[in-house]
Write a protein that binds this ligand. Structure first.
Ligand SMILES: [Zn+2]
Ligand SMILES: [Zn+2]
Length: 226
């Protein structure tokens, strides 16, 4: 599967009110993969081979199972399961027992969707930097967003060099947006704590009402009910 990024999605998510536009992009891309792996991918030989080799992690198995196309999942699980058993082999002595054990334990840790998602997101980290270099309007969108989760801020820093001649400005703007977000979150967290003081009981909680779920997104790149 050769993934091409959608710059429209970058513009859309950087102008959405959220704690991390890249988490939102990741969700949209993951959604595309989940749909593909339950539809066209089942009939494509290359993709079937990739699924056989890597399988699905527990999270993606659950997400695939929550959708209507159960036959498609069953076909892929069947071939993957038998590939794992075949590769693990039948142990006959201590040495082959350890080999079988290692193969079986490893089988639940690989995932074709996680793998493809990580390749696609790598392209988005580059794409965001390139957009900053090429489209001045994107700089405005970046400056108006509420910052990124810690993981995605780190990823954009890792790939900052793709902003070419504007790399230093890009890092400066990213950092400005992040530090402004930290200040806002700290204020919201402090008010959440202070609100528990009985002297503040009649004052409105305001945006601090959902500060803990939003801190979860900021720190772990995941929503509490994911
Ligand atoms: Zn994120
Ligand atoms: Zn996965």
């Amino acid at each position: 599967m050769n993934y091409h990024i959608n710059t429209g999605l970058i513009h859309e998510k950087f102008t959405t009110d959220c704690e991390c536009p890249l988490c939102q992009i990741k969700k949209a891309v993951e959604e595309q993969f989940l749909t593909e792996y339950l539809n066209d991918a089942v009939t494509d030989d290359d993709t079937r081979n990739e699924v056989n080799a890597e399988g699905f992690c527990f999270d993606h198995y659950k997400k695939l199972f929550s959708r209507p196309n159960k036959l498609s999942l069953a076909l892929q699980v069947s071939t993957r399961f038998n590939t794992v058993l075949k590769n693990a082999g039948t142990p006959t002595d201590a040495k082959s027992a350890v080999k079988t054990a290692t193969a079986l334990k490893k089988s639940a840790t690989t995932c074709i969707i996680c793998h493809q998602l990580s390749i696609a997101m790598g392209r988005y980290y580059i794409g965001v930097a390139e957009l900053y270099l090429k489209e001045p309007v994107f700089r405005e969108e970046l400056l108006s967003c509420k910052g990124l989760c810690l993981n995605h801020y780190a990823e954009l820093l890792n790939y900052a060099k793709y902003a070419g001649s504007k790399t230093k400005d890009y890092i400066k703007d990213l950092t400005f947006v992040q530090e402004r977000a930290y200040e806002r979150l700290n204020t919201e967290l402090k008010w959440f704590c202070d609100k528990h003081d009985y002297r503040n009981r009649l004052k409105p909680i305001g945006t601090s009402i959902d500060i803990l779920p939003r801190m979860c997104e900021k720190i772990y790149s995941k929503e509490l009910n994911d």
